[in-house]
Design a protein around this ligand. Structure first.
Ligand code: FES
Length: 80
């Protein structure tokens, strides 16, 4: 059986934090607690990804979300 839980890496470096990474994380947690998405992703906080100019940065699978919002990340989670 294929394991379908998606890995979502959220940068928690100082620039991304300033750009709202903490709220982004909280928002994503809340959004993915809905019954249709429950247990579908695993969030991992990372150190600086060295892409601070485009903060906040999130990686969903092999897709890099730059300057992102919780809504954009959610769309990517549903797509991948
Ligand atoms: S702080 Fe997030 S990429 Fe540097």
């Amino acid at each position: 059986m294929k394991h379908s839980r998606k890995l979502v890496f959220i940068c928690n470096g100082s620039d991304c934090k300033k750009a709202g990474a903490k709220n982004l994380y909280k928002e994503l947690k809340r959004m993915t607690a809905e019954p249709d998405l429950k247990g579908s992703c695993k969030f991992i906080k990372t150190k600086c990804m060295d892409m601070c100019k485009t903060a906040p940065n999130v990686i969903v699978g092999d897709h890099f979300c730059k300057n992102t919002t919780a809504e954009k990340v959610l769309i990517q989670i549903k797509k991948s």
